[in-house]
Design a protein around this ligand. Structure first.
Ligand SMILES: [Mg+2]
Length: 263
């Protein structure tokens, strides 16, 4: 039986599908938005190139550090450190707004299947607890806002972002944090994600059942049967197929009747 479902966010619930090159273009676009905003607010900013370089270098260094230490960081910290180095007189509220602006171009290129909301409604109506576990450098408030705009936030009382907890999938700790918050044992929780190593192997090691939903730009990918740690329990081509797939795990679309009728 399945009481709870934990979702990966990027390329599982919301499709981003951006490669490294596109990510750099979007990062630069985000930088430009924040720079223009500061300029309009009459904040004494240096040239755009210098402003960009300060952020980009810090981002690269933090990225390398995160790979070595296997911990994530939030780009909110980069914004704060760059503002300090550039002597920009910014408050926490200003930095919060800058983070939202920086995320905007990434959010604008994303796509959410219009059937996702109905699918979540079906799960919620069945009493299934829902949560998100995401590897991300984006501050949580930016992702929460994106989920709100997509009409999805209300379905996820549990949202564990690696930019907040610092552990990233497949580290067991991030799954433990999510399970504790959702209040279901691992054996009755299913994880769905698009990455075999981070999502499937990580969730399996944490004791969960797993469904692999390959990213939209890799629809014909096949999961390996070996090694066993990477083999999901099931594969679906679209996240909206989840309720149907869950039936294989004993899940039913309505709550079990407390007092079943006696024939
Ligand atoms: Mg993903």
């Amino acid at each position: 039986m399945i009481d709870a479902v934990l979702f990966d966010l990027g390329d599982t619930l919301i499709d981003f599908g951006v490669g490294r090159r596109e990510a750099e273009i979007l990062f630069r676009r985000g930088a430009r938005l924040t720079y223009d905003h500061l300029h309009a607010q009459k904040v004494p900013v240096p040239s755009f190139e210098l402003y960009f370089k300060h952020h980009y270098r810090r981002m690269q260094r933090a990225y390398v550090w995160s790979k070595i230490c296997r911990r994530d960081f939030s780009y909110a910290r980069i914004l704060a450190a760059a503002a300090k180095a550039l002597k920009l007189p910014l408050t926490d509220t200003d930095l919060h707004h800058l983070a939202d602006l920086w995320y905007r171009p990434i959010g604008a290129t994303s796509h959410t299947d219009p059937g996702v909301r109905n699918m979540l409604e079906t799960l919620r109506r069945a009493g299934t607890r829902l949560g998100i576990v995401s590897n991300t450098l984006v501050p949580g408030h930016c992702l929460d806002q994106h989920l709100l705009e997509e009409g999805l936030l209300e379905y996820f009382p549990v949202r564990v972002y690696s930019s907040s907890v610092r552990y990233r999938k497949p580290h067991p700790r991030i799954f433990e944090i999510a399970l504790a918050q959702i209040g279901a044992p691992a054996s009755r929780t299913l994880f769905i994600g698009d990455l075999l190593h981070a999502d499937i192997a990580g969730a399996k090691r944490a004791g969960m059942r797993t469904i692999w939903k390959p990213a939209r730009n890799k629809p014909f990918a096949t999961a390996p049967a070996q090694p066993h740690r990477l083999a999901p329990d099931a594969i679906i081509p679209k996240v909206t197929h989840l309720p149907e797939a869950l039936r294989e795990f004993g899940w039913r679309p309505t709550r079990a009747a407390t007092h079943p009728a006696v024939a």
